[in-house]
Ligand binder design. Structure first.
Ligand SMILES: Nc1ncnc2c1ncn2[C@@H]1O[C@H](COP(=O)(O)OP(=O)(O)OP(=O)(O)O)[C@@H](O)[C@H]1O
Length: 257
């Protein structure tokens, strides 16, 4: 594992009277699988939204790509290799698997509108290169047979895989996965876990993932941050976190009064 590629310091996010994130700091090292876990409403999705710039923190710092910001700029995040998937699948349901994956390449398109309209010269070359990259992702995720299928017709587990594919099409350095295994059966969870590990090992992609299911996370992650009611209550290896009394209490629902 390398040095930190991303870190947050003293992040606070409030929505009216609700403090979704309360003074949370942690770092993410290059090439690791870093999980953020916690019970419902703990602030996990809000933290992911802070990392990719969807939410602006009320205070705190985000350090990324050698710079420090009070808030992440979504375009800066995307163009510097941060890609994400969503808790509720956010694909174009009427479009094929292939076309959904091609949308992941849009940021990589460098030719201007003029060439793209003509679909000639540089635009054609670029489209072919993008297509080649997407085909690699399709092979990697073993979804070649679904290339032409509208994603709305695919079972849930495969839609989740296509969504992972679209994020991979961006060729990310850091992959943010919001509950990639939610709603899946045991077999689908095993498949998804395997793909996440393969992405991490084969491409060296840093992965930050949110998950409810402690068991899944413990098998997959190098280090785990635990949030509860917006605050960080533990941070460490799966074994350290598993043995932490605050974590045990949070998951058993011990009263905070
Ligand atoms: N856009 C928003 N507007 C108002 N409140 C919000 C918003 N986003 C999150 N919250 C609130 O912030 C708190 C943390 O929510 P968040 O979705 O980050 O938690 P979570 O750990 O991801 O929960 P879950 O596991 O249920 O998805 C909750 O009380 C939630 O209602």
């Amino acid at each position: 594992m390398g040095g930190p590629v991303l870190s947050v310091e003293n992040i606070i996010v409030k929505f009216g009277g609700v403090t979704a994130i309360n003074d949370v700091s942690f770092d993410v090292r290059e090439g690791e699988i870093r999980a953020i876990i916690g019970p419902n409403g703990a602030g996990k999705s809000s933290m992911l939204n802070v990392l990719n710039g969807f939410y602006k923190p009320n205070s705190g710092r985000i350090n990324f790509a050698g710079q420090s910001f009070p808030a992440m700029d979504p375009h800066f995040a995307a163009s510097n290799g941060i890609a994400r998937t969503f808790q509720n699948i956010a694909l174009f349901r009427g479009m094929s698997t292939l076309d959904n994956l091609m949308t992941g390449r849009l940021l990589q398109m460098k030719t201007n509108f003029f060439w793209q309209c003509l679909y000639f010269g540089p635009a054609q070359k670029e489209e072919l290169a993008n297509r080649e990259h997407v085909e690699k992702v399709i092979d990697f995720l073993e979804i070649a047979a679904l290339r032409r299928t509208p994603v709305g017709r695919l079972p849930y587990g495969l839609q989740k895989r296509v969504e992972l594919g679209r994020a991979l099409a961006m060729d990310p350095k850091i992959l943010l996965l919001d509950e990639p295994m939610a709603g899946m059966n045991v077999e689908e969870k095993e498949d998804m876990s395997r793909f996440i590990i393969d992405v991490n090992e084969e491409f060296g992609t840093t992965v930050i993932l949110i998950e409810h299911d402690m068991g899944v996370v413990m098998d997959l992650s190098d280090r785990v941050v635990v949030l509860d009611y917006g605050s960080k209550i533990a941070d460490g290896t799966p074994d350290e976190v598993r043995a932490n009394q605050n974590v045990i209490d949070a998951y058993l629902g011990v009263s905070h009064d």
